[in-house]
Design a protein around this ligand. Structure first.
Ligand code: ADP
Ligand code: MG
Length: 324
């Protein structure tokens, strides 16, 4: 479905290639995370797939087409099969939700009847039915990203590319968007998502391709991707309360914090103990974690984590749930 064959990308006026010898294949129906630090080459990969750019050497083939031999005039048709969403949503600020989603269809000459049918379907899919007449500035960030996802899906593309789609969203809303993307993938759409939030990715248990300075350093299957039995691991929208989401997020945040701590050396621990013993008991240093917290297997609602963390009362900030 998407194949990179020994792809190198060198931008004009730069010394180091942005991508070097990148080689992978994504099969139909897969969900793949493309991870790596900022500048590692994630967006460059996505631009090559969209044929916004071409490799310096190597080959990119998408949907059975070698993109190097794809004529420029055929590029717009090719792109109809690929939806894309970005960190900054890229909505048209003077158009309504409906018009934003309808826009691509109208530009590509879809009939009025088709637009009237396809746009509400796409909005319902992302949980935004009833918000057709809103303007982008009247929506939360999570809702704006849902509009962008509806727009990307309205042509029923075979592939959805998402470039840091949760980058501008708070952690709880990011969980919602991740679940939406997983649901879209469960419907058969191949999803390739670039993100630098590796801890978040590892939690989702999907295939992970990691780039470092333009080179692939990891391609991990993570237990049965493509196997639909993985999907129910995500808490269904209806059953997932805001409290459960908040709990999940809280655990993730703690994990992120502990992961960013430097590992403690024996000398550091000894000196901390000495300091603690010297200080009055009420001035004892806070507990320092020396190993990451193991996350629960997602179904936090079932585990009652929300209740245990005292987060059950947080239902009032569930601003991106489905509207009815
Ligand atoms: P990521 O999306 O992982 O942050 P990018 O693909 O945007 O990484 O960038 C990879 C490398 O290529 C970076 O060093 C970046 O500065 C460089 N780069 C990206 N786009 C261009 C460009 N149009 N011209 C020159 N250098 C670029
Ligand atoms: Mg990028």
């Amino acid at each position: 479905m998407i194949r990179f064959e020994n792809v190198t990308k060198r931008y004009r006026g730069t010394k180091r290639p942005a991508l070097a010898g990148v080689d992978f294949e994504v099969e139909r129906g897969e969900f793949v995370f493309l991870v790596g630090a900022s500048g590692s080459g994630k967006s460059s990969c996505l631009r090559l797939i969209l044929r916004e750019d071409v490799p310096t050497t190597g080959r990119v083939a998408v949907l059975g087409r070698d993109l190097r031999s794809l004529a420029n005039r055929k590029v717009p048709y090719f792109r109809r099969h690929i939806g894309s969403v970005f960190q900054d949503f890229r909505l048209l600020s003077t158009k309504t939700v409906f018009q934003n989603v309808a826009f691509t269809l109208q530009v590509t000459g879809s009939s009025r009847g088709f637009v009237q049918q396809a746009v509400p379907e796409a909005l319902a899919l992302v949980g935004l039915d009833g918000k057709e007449k809103r303007m982008p500035h009247e929506l939360s960030g999570g809702e704006q990203q849902r509009v962008a996802i509806a727009r990307a899906l309205v042509n029923r593309p075979q592939v959805l590319l998402a470039d840091e789609p949760t980058g501008n969203l708070d952690p709880a809303t990011s969980v919602d968007i991740m679940q939406l993307l997983a649901r879209i993938n469960a419907g058969g759409t191949t999803v390739l998502m670039a993100t630098h939030e590796a801890a978040f990715v590892d939690q989702m248990q999907r295939r992970v391709i990691e780039l470092r300075d333009g080179e692939m350093v990891r391609d991990e299957t993570r237990g049965g991707y493509g196997d639909r039995s993985m999907i129910p691991q995500l808490v269904p929208q209806e059953e997932r309360g805001a409290a459960a989401t908040a709990a999940f997020t809280a655990v993730q945040e703690v994990q992120r914090e502990t992961e960013s701590l430097e590992p403690l050396t024996a000398e550091m621990i000894a000196s901390m103990k000495a300091e603690r013993d010297a200080a009055a008991p009420e001035a004892a240093p806070a507990v320092t974690r020396t190993h990451p917290i193991v996350l629960p297997e997602v179904d936090v609602a079932e585990l009652g984590v929300a209740d245990r963390l005292g987060l059950s009362a947080a239902d009032d900030d569930d601003e991106v749930g489905p509207t009815s």
